[in-house]
Design a protein around this ligand. Structure first.
Ligand SMILES: [Zn+2]
Length: 147
């Protein structure tokens, strides 16, 4: 893949844990639109009860030939508190008045074309690790209490 190209979003089934096509028969609310590189994050968000619906990334050209990574994780749930706790550097909850239904990443690092894919993989892997360290039961209880 060339990560600087416009990404093709695929449907990913959270039940079957794979990329699926339009003939797939699982309920549509179990399907997330995403770029395949973000599938690991989708699974983890689902495990935490955060119902991802669309996960995208984009490399914005910052200066000629340097690029800054942005990732947007759109959730079906509206968060009324920082449900995952403080996020790792670069990540933030996107508040719309008192609720957040997406989480965004804006890289502080700009990379050249040659390093873009490696940078994307590193950021994804680190956020996966962060999500792996969250307490699923505590988060689901909080969603029930505050939702
Ligand atoms: Zn399925």
């Amino acid at each position: 893949m060339d990560v600087l190209d416009v990404q093709t979003l695929r449907a990913y089934c959270l039940t079957c844990r794979k990329i699926v096509d339009s003939k797939h028969t699982c309920q549509t609310y179990r399907q997330v639109l995403l770029d395949a590189v973000l599938a690991g994050i989708a699974e983890r968000l689902d495990n935490l009860g955060l119902n991802p619906i669309m996960l995208t990334f984009y490399f914005a050209e910052n200066q000629p030939n340097t690029y800054r990574l942005q990732i947007t994780l759109t959730l079906a749930v509206s968060l009324s508190c920082e449900i995952l706790g403080p996020l790792p550097a670069g990540w933030k909850y996107c508040w719309d008045s008192n609720t957040a239904s997406s989480i965004e990443y804006n890289d502080w690092l700009c990379v050249t074309k040659d390093y873009a894919e490696a940078r994307l993989k590193t950021v994804v892997r680190e956020f996966e690790k962060f999500l792996d360290g969250r307490d699923a039961e505590g988060i689901m209880a909080m969603i029930l209490l505050t939702g």
